[in-house]
Structure formats: structure tokens, C-alpha cells
Design a protein around this ligand. Sequence first.
Ligand code: MG
Length: 374
Amino acid sequence: MPELAPYAVGDAGSRGRVYAEPRPKARSEFQRDRDRIVHSTAFRRLEYKTQVFVNHEGDLFRTRLTHSIEVAQIARSVARTLQLNDDLAEAIALAHDLGHTPFGHAGQDALNECMQGHGGFEHNLQSLRIVDRLEERYGAFDGLNLMFETREGILKHCSPARARELGELGIRFLEGRRPSLEAQICNLADEIAYNNHDVDDGLRSGVLTLEQLQEVSLFARHAAEVDAEFPRIAGRRRVHETIRRMIDAQVTDLLAESARRIVEAAPLDLDEVHRAPELIGFTAAMSEENRALKGFLREHLYRHFEVLRMTAKARRVIQDLFGAFVSDPRLLPPQYQAMAAGGTIERATADYIAGMTDRYSMKEHRRLFAVSEF
Ligand code: MG
């Protein structure tokens, strides 16, 4: 393993775990975290959770699981090249979407609406709640008992009110301090992964067209390059060759700009990283191209009528389920009834619904509402 930079997160300088445990024998602490995440129930569920396109619309679209693996791949290579802790970056990336509800952002928005007046619902906080409390795998503690820096990286953003409730983990939001560089990398690796795979999935679904994408400079520029170099390729191969180059250009830009900022700020240790401005980032030119790509996707993909139909249906499923359980808690599985007794019915219901896969939530909806099914 290449030597870590002095401002990287290492086992030795870590703030450790809530419950003290013996050091792992053959792995680093952050490799252990990654392994715990991969073995968790919430991680396996990501396979059947929507990214943008609902799972049953086609077998080739991204799911939360393949998205998380793509984020981990990008985060790991960036971290390694910058001499940062790639095991930590991988752990954060694999866990970053664990708290997502079924049906992507539509599901989160619906559940957040249902939870107004009951503490709200936010997928970052839910990811943290899963690794801190909801996973039941160890005799000695609830959750996965992950390292502080892994948990800090999972909690990407958080309101000041929430931050005050989170103790040690919330302090940085109140004091305006940055997370580790490994966590900053994961945020941007997430962005690179979804912007590019949404173009790919959008084209695959037929919702986006190649003609429309000509207005996106990042796409048009690389497609022209591909046409010049490979005038005879077409169809999916041309799309893949273009998107591959887009990802490469973004990663290369991120690496060069971040390395430049790190040299300029010259942090001596992790504490100086926390106090510095964001050191991981794109050049202004690439940020602008990314903004244009995002704007394009918002207009042409996320607000396309076929995607909005899915969104509207997802909202109904989640609202119906939430209403049914809250008005009659006896309909909840006993485990969640017990959680409601120790907390609130709304939070227990949100935990139950957020943990559902797309198809499980639809099945549960049929069980509760379809007169022809019991
Ligand atoms: Mg993500």
C-alpha cells in the first residue's frame, strides 16, 4: 500500500468506535468497516431499490447497489492517487445510500412529507441511523459500531437543529468545519457517477435522445472526439465510448484541481483539513459543465412525464402505507410495534418503510389495499 499523506485519515489518528473493540488482526480498521457494510442487510437491499428507473422497468438500469459500487470505484481511485485512505473512501461510498427509501428521491420526499411534525425524514440521517442503530448483527451492540470518520463521511449534510442532537458527530456542522478529504471525495464521486450513469440510463430507456444531448457541451465534445477517432462505431458502443471519456475527463479534472488546492493549502494534518476550505473539487470550467449537465438532466430526464408518473405512483404507495400503519399500529410487524412502543409510531413506521425495497413496498401495498389479495 502506498504511504498515506500526513493529512489522510489513518487507523492511528482515528477517533475510533463508540464501543471499544480489539483491533482487527489481518485488516485495517477501515477495511473492517467496509466489510461490515458489505455484510449488512441494508446493503443487500440496495439491489432492489430504484436509482432513477424503477427496478422492474428493465434489468440493465442502475440500481442503488450498482450506483454505490460505481461511486466506490471512483472514490477509491481518486483517494489512492491523492495518497488518501482508499479503504475509508470505499467504506463511505458503499454506505452513502443505505438510508434511501424505495423509489429513489420520490420516495424520500413522500416519506419526509409524512414525517413533518415528527422529526422529518432525510436519507443521510437514515443511513447513519442504520449503521448506528438499526442493523442487528452483533451481540454486544446495536448497529455496526463503525469508526467515527466513516460515520462522519456518511452524514453528508444536516440541519443545525439536527446537528445539535447528534453530539460529537454534529459539531462540524455547527462550527462550519469540513469532513475528511476522503469524505469530500465521496461527495464528488457520487456526483460523477450519477450524472454519467443517468445519461446512459436515460438514453437506454429512450427518455433522452442523442440529438437533445448535443446541447450538453461535456457530451457533445466527447461524442465528437469519438466520431473523429472511430467514425464507424454507432449505437450503444458509441454512447459507452463517449460516457467513458466523460467520466475520465471529470476524474482527471478533479484529481488535478484537488492536488493543486492541497499543495496551496499545504495542510500538515487532518485537523488543518477540517479547518481549510473544501480542498477536493473541480476546476471552475468543469464545475460549469457539470452544472449544465445537471440542469439538462433535471429538465429532460427527472421531469420527463414517464419518470413523473413513476414518481407520482411512488408517492401514493408511501403515503398509503404510512397512513395505514400510523392509524393502526397493529398492522406493523411485531418488531416495529416494539420499536414504536420504545419511541414513536411515526419513526418506527418511517424505519419500516425506508427499509423496504421497491417490490416489497408494492407487495405490502397490495396486501393492505388490494381487495383481491390477502
Ligand atoms: Mg448516491
